[in-house]
Design a protein around this ligand. Structure first.
Ligand code: E4P
Length: 218
């Protein structure tokens, strides 16, 4: 399973990269705004900085909601760097844009997916990645991980090549359960990736090893 970091914060991206387990980055307009990145040139420059840190797929989301606008924006984004993946919302015009980019050999990530039906549509349109939002479904008392299970089953039934990118992953158990179910990718904050390190028995065990080693070296 690939690990993507879900942020536009360069320090966090660098920290995850330094850990040596990072396969890519996802951003969205809210994450860019959180870092204070506004305006076309600043946004483009920021994506370039991310591409300089991580040698993996970097999702950059379009703002347009009409086909022509998405194609125009997506082409500019795709020209920035070969690792850019054009992130497109699951709306009617978005599905057309995904089909267009798929035919051009430009990678896409179909975002804001909340149902198995939408996931089927994204795969049929030829999306490279599809992003079901696990946490946001859980937030409204709907089974987010259940959707990942459904998608894994459906994609396997038909051999769809679209990769399931579990998004809106909020905690370590989400990530572990996505791995059990067979998601291709998870994208999550740095805290979830570093959270994988933690176990109290590891800390206790290490303290004991070091203490015993110190005794022998007195
Ligand atoms: C990533 O592609 C999504 O935009 C992101 O995971 C959404 O996460 P959130 O629901 O925590 O905002």
């Amino acid at each position: 399973m690939k690990f993507f970091i879900d942020t536009a914060n360069l320090q966090e991206i660098q920290e995850a990269q330094d850990l040596g387990v990072l396969d890519g980055v996802t951003t969205n307009p809210s994450l860019m705004a959180k870092e204070g990145i506004f305006g076309h040139d600043n946004v483009m420059a920021h994506y370039k900085k991310i591409c300089d840190i991580v040698d993996g797929d970097i999702s950059a989301e379009v703002i347009s909601t009409d086909f022509e606008g998405m194609v125009r924006e997506g082409e500019i984004l795709a020209e920035l760097h070969p690792n850019i993946v054009v992130k497109i919302p699951m709306i009617r015009e978005g599905v057309k844009a995904i089909r267009h980019f798929s035919e051009q050999g430009i990678k896409t990530n179909c975002t804001l997916v909340f149902s198995a039906g939408q996931a089927i549509l994204a795969a049929k349109a030829g999306a490279t990645y599809v992003s079901p939002f696990v946490g946001r479904l859980d937030d409204m008392s709907t089974d987010g991980l259940g959707l990942i299970e459904q998608m894994v089953q459906i994609y396997s039934n038909y051999g769809y090549q679209t990769q399931i990118l579990a998004a809106s992953v909020r905690h370590v158990m989400h990530l572990v359960q996505c791995a059990e179910i067979g998601a291709d990718v998870v994208t999550c904050p740095l805290s979830v990736i570093t959270g994988l390190l933690n176990h109290p028995l590891t800390d206790i065990g290490l303290q004991k090893f070091l203490a015993d080693h110190a005794k022998g070296n007195k």
